[in-house]
Design a protein around this ligand. Structure first.
Ligand SMILES: N[C@@H](CCC(=O)N[C@@H](CS)C(=O)NCC(=O)O)C(=O)O
Length: 205
C-alpha cells in the first residue's frame, strides 16, 4: 500500500492526492505538517531532510518533491503523461515552470491574504507579490487563450493538476487582480472533474 505523509490542507499534498484519485490508487495518508504535526523531528527528517510534505513511501522507496511524486505516479501507472514525446515534454515543461517560476511569486500575498499570518501586512510587499504572480498568470492566460483544452494539448496530464491547484490559489485570493478569461474557463474545466472538484473545492485554501 502506498503511504502519503502530509496534511490535506497543503497545496503540494493535494497535487498528489488528486493524482492518486485520478489513477484510482488506494493509499494510506498520515497527517504531517504544521500546525497538525511538526515535520522538523528526526523521524520525519530521516525521510525528507527538507522537513516538508508531501512524502510518498512505497516499501523501502521514499520520494519527496510533489512534482517528482506526480511524475513517478504517472510513469508507474502509464497514464496522466502523454506517450507522444513532444506532448510529454510540454507537460513536463509546465510542471517544471510551476515549481521554478510560478510558485515563487505568491508567497507574501498568500501569507498576507489567505493565511493572515501576523507580520505579513505590508501593502507594498503584498502589491509586489501580486504583481509578480499576475505577470506569470498572464503568461498562462496567453497560452490557454490559444484554445487547447489542457496545458499540453488535448490530454489531461499531471501538469494540469499542479497548475490547476496554483490557479485555485489565485482564484481564492481576495484582492483586486486582473481578469484572465481563458484561465477562468480552464479552471472551470478542471472543476468539472470529480477529483478536481474535491481538491479545489471553493472552501479550500
Ligand atoms: N518543493 C516542495 C515544497 C513542499 C512544501 O513547501 N511543503 C509545505 C506545505 S505546502 C510544507 O511542508 N510546509 C511545512 C509544514 O507544513 O509544516 C514540494 O513541491 O513538495
Amino acid at each position: 500500500m502506498l503511504r502519503i505523509l502530509g496534511r490535506e490542507t497543503s497545496i503540494n499534498v493535494r497535487k498528489v492526492l488528486w493524482a492518486l484519485e485520478e489513477l484510482g490508487l488506494q493509499y494510506d495518508r498520515e497527517d504531517w505538517g504544521l500546525p497538525i504535526r511538526d515535520p522538523q523531528v528526526p523521524e520525519f527528517l530521516a525521510l525528507n531532510p527538507n522537513g516538508q510534505v508531501p512524502v510518498l513511501i512505497e516499501g523501502e522507496f521514499v520520494l519527496w518533491e510533489s512534482n517528482a511524486i506526480l511524475i513517478y505516479l504517472a510513469e508507474r501507472e502509464g497514464i496522466l503523461l502523454p506517450q507522444h514525446l513532444e506532448s510529454r515534454a510540454l507537460a513536463l515543461q509546465w510542471l517544471c515552470w510551476q515549481a521554478s517560476d510560478l510558485n515563487g511569486t505568491w508567497g507574501y500575498a498568500v501569507y498576507a491574504l489567505i493565511r493572515r499570518t501576523p507580520g505579513f501586512d505590508d501593502p507594498e510587499k503584498i502589491a509586489q507579490s501580486l504583481a509578480r504572480w499576475g505577470s506569470k498568470m498572464a503568461l498562462l492566460e496567453a497560452h490557454l487563450g490559444r484554445g487547447a483544452p489542457y496545458l499540453a494539448g488535448d490530454e489531461f496530464t499531471i501538469a494540469d493538476i499542479a497548475l490547476g491547484l496554483s490557479i485555485h490559489r489565485w482564484m481564492s485570493i481576495g484582492a483586486e487582480k486582473p481578469d484572465f478569461p481563458a484561465v477562468a474557463e480552464y479552471y472551470g474545466r478542471l472543476l468539472g472533474r470529480a477529483a478536481g472538484q474535491k481538491w479545489m473545492g471553493p472552501q479550500t485554501p
